[in-house]
Design a protein around this ligand. Sequence first.
Ligand SMILES: *[C@@H]1O[C@H](CO)[C@@H](O)[C@H](O)[C@H]1NC(C)=O
Ligand SMILES: *[C@@H]1O[C@H](CO)[C@@H](O)[C@H](O)[C@H]1NC(C)=O
Ligand SMILES: *[C@@H]1O[C@H](CO)[C@@H](O)[C@H](O)[C@H]1NC(C)=O
Length: 358
Amino acid sequence: MTSKRNIFFPIPIIVALLQLQIINNVIGEPQVPCYFIFGDSLVDNGNNNRLVTAAKANYPPYGIDFPQGVTGRFTNGLTVADVIGQLLGFPDFIPPYATASNNEISRGVNYGSGGAGIRAESGRNLGDRISLSRQLVNHEAVVSRLSLLQRNRTFTNEQIKKCIYIVNMGSNDYINNYFMPNNYPSSRIYTPDQYATLLIRQYSKQLTTLYRLGARKIAVFGLGFIGCAPAEIAIFGTDGKSCVESINNVTKLFNDKLKPLVDDLNNGLSDARFTFINITSISTPQGGVALPNVPCCQVRSDGQCTPNSIPCSNRLLSVWYDGFHPTEITNRFLASVSYNALSPTDASPYDISQLAKL
Ligand SMILES: *[C@@H]1O[C@H](CO)[C@@H](O)[C@H](O)[C@H]1NC(C)=O
Ligand SMILES: *[C@@H]1O[C@H](CO)[C@@H](O)[C@H](O)[C@H]1NC(C)=O
Ligand SMILES: *[C@@H]1O[C@H](CO)[C@@H](O)[C@H](O)[C@H]1NC(C)=O
């Protein structure tokens, strides 16, 4: 099934959604008081810049299309988290935890860290990173700071219940763990199904912690087609297909368990509004045009852009920016459909626009 999957690109839909986004921005006031972001390099906006790690994007040609240039974002322009923030009506980008000031944190914080995973050890091969459990510790500190600053715990608790939280985790538990048998023993210890179960069990505890810290409206992103990432294709080969089918088959097990986890959390935690964003569904819309799985920038052996290299000029027609990360145009499409689902399988039970209104 997954063998023919690719990222498809319905350009007219993208144009329509970009217009929608502009209208949204003109209206001005954000739809929710704040927006908190948890995840890995798909959302990191500078938290890794001062860490000792190979997972950094604070050099050109990253940021070539971003208003402020290089920031640490692992793409040419906006991340999926940035675009969702715009769609929610936030006039400014949510600041990285590493540099967020007291004045900024009431609008939200981005805890994302390249190389990070659900499991603490994932991404260790790259260097330091802020695992999901550590991101939650950072969030606890931010909530305490907020209650001190706002001098009214009831007010703070009421505010943070209304906010949107997104969690985009799990890719590194595969890319920089399970599929790296020379660095990690996980694939020898666990079958793909056992490993997915283990990840989901840990993720369940972490998402419950986020709920206990006051979050109620939480969008949990499933994994994309990791087997279609150019860097994974370069390592594993595709056997004539457009993607590494065996990888997509293994990561599907995680997604198939994540959706029921979201349902369980909604049933088990009072007032909880978790939703599952199905990135593989969003990546394969009806009537799209298949684009090749090749990077836009020149990549190093680790799949990241070669510093100061010249990227492709047709970045609006390229799915991937480097060996692992989508271009801004892909991020715009993924974010727009997460926000306003096009099909019932894209987001369930809510898309992000519905989550904001609840
Ligand atoms: C604290 O916030 C709550 C909820 O917004 C409000 O009803 C209450 O009056 C506030 N208390 C003080 C002392 O300002
Ligand atoms: C992946 O899963 C599909 C559908 O179950 C199956 O037909 C295919 O043989 C699998 N491919 C690999 C390489 O495991
Ligand atoms: C994601 O959407 C696809 C349809 O596009 C569907 O086949 C798959 O079951 C969905 N995944 C989950 C976990 O719901």
